[in-house]
Ligand binder design. Structure first.
Ligand SMILES: NC(=O)c1ccc[n+]([C@@H]2O[C@H](COP(=O)([O-])OP(=O)(O)OC[C@H]3O[C@@H](n4cnc5c(N)ncnc54)[C@H](OP(=O)(O)O)[C@@H]3O)[C@@H](O)[C@H]2O)c1
Length: 311
């Protein structure tokens, strides 16, 4: 099969021939039709995950997938050949990822059926970003009537988080660079989202809107210390990047997001996409053969998601 491979890390992703994986007991073999680029994949290429997870070479990166079930391993229930599925590759090792024509994934975690009304491309870009946004907002507690600052709102996770937070009744303040970035965030939802320019003084802009501080912060990018200082005492901070410092005296609820792509979470997100209440903002697409360019594009900064389509 064709696959993005890394001979070593740090390394450069190439598209080469690779062996089609065999589904082990409890696994589903998926014929991949779409994937997408995540920060996790760039971290893998850069070698940042060495020492944290076993690496198997040649290493195929890729967390997100959408496609059809090609075969099922022993003991798998709930999935049959031909089912339309999507999800997030969730394994204890790195190397058998989804940027390939086939991927074998556990049936127990990180896979769900793709409903009618969700395109393959959108499903292939939804899994990890959607789960991170969903789980991150859950860490912030009830959002109805609360002011939530989403820092990194222009990214794959942020674009979904803005929509989910609005749907939960939050008053959202979202960061964006100047120019078209601001328009991108405003167009995510019909509700009013206040956009602050992260290239300017974020503290001054947020204090002008919420003088006593925001109720909660979703940290997907930017200076966590500055964002924490903008949170009112007793508020909540969830970070996708690091473990935030919890402060006893300020009674802050602080936690790192650890995305857990359960079938329930994936199905909930896909249901919202199917009903039209959630958009997956795919802003560019690359064929698998051009996946190295997709990595470069992600590294250079884009709005929303970069999809990879697999023939
Ligand atoms: N913990 C988990 O389970 C988990 C799961 C998924 C993702 N993540 C992490 O979460 C982060 C966000 O993921 P993503 O996929 O959304 O990444 P992304 O697509 O790269 O989004 C990050 C966004 O933040 C913007 N940005 C850059 N500097 C900023 C600043 N100082 N203030 C505000 N915004 C800024 C970027 O804009 P420009 O393009 O203009 O630079 C970009 O649009 C990544 O670090 C990723 O690795 C963690």
């Amino acid at each position: 099969m064709r696959a993005v491979t890394l001979a070593q890390v740090p390394g450069s992703p190439e598209v080469t021939e690779a062996q089609v994986p065999r589904p082990e007991a409890g696994e589903v073999l998926v014929k991949v039709a779409a994937s997408s680029v995540n920060g996790f994949d760039l971290g893998t290429v850069a070698g940042y995950l060495q020492g944290m997870m076993e690496h198997r070479f040649p290493l195929i990166p890729g967390k997100d997938f959408a496609g059809t079930v090609e075969a099922v391993g022993e003991g798998v229930e709930g999935f049959t050949v031909g089912d339309a599925v999507f999800g997030v590759v969730t394994k204890a090792h790195l190397g058998t990822g989804s940027m390939a024509q086939y991927v074998a994934v556990p049936a127990a975690i990180g896979i769900a059926h793709r409903p009618d009304g969700v395109s393959v491309r959108d499903a292939g870009a939804l899994g990890l970003a959607g789960t991170a946004a969903f789980d991150g907002l859950a860490l912030l507690g009830p959002l109805e009537g609360r002011t939530v600052l989403i820092s990194g709102a222009t990214g794959g996770v942020g674009a979904i988080a803005v929509q989910l937070a609005v749907a939960r009744g939050a008053r959202v303040i979202a960061t964006a660079g100047s120019g078209s970035e601001s328009g991108f965030v405003s167009a995510l939802t019909d509700a009013e989202v206040t956009v602050v320019d992260y290239l300017q003084d974020v503290t001054a802009q947020v204090r002008a809107i919420a003088p006593d501080g925001v109720d909660a912060v979703l940290h997907l990018a930017g200076d966590l210390a500055e964002l924490t200082a903008l949170t009112r005492d007793g508020g909540a901070v969830a970070s996708a990047l690091t473990v935030p410092e919890s402060s006893e005296d300020r009674k802050l609820q602080a936690a790192m997001i650890r995305s857990n792509p359960t079938a329930d979470t994936l199905s909930t997100l896909a249901g919202q996409v199917a009903s039209g209440s959630l958009k997956v903002s795919v802003n560019s697409e690359f064929d698998l053969e051009r996946a190295p360019e997709a990595f470069a594009a992600f590294g250079a900064g884009t709005l929303g998601k970069i999809a990879i389509t697999v023939a």
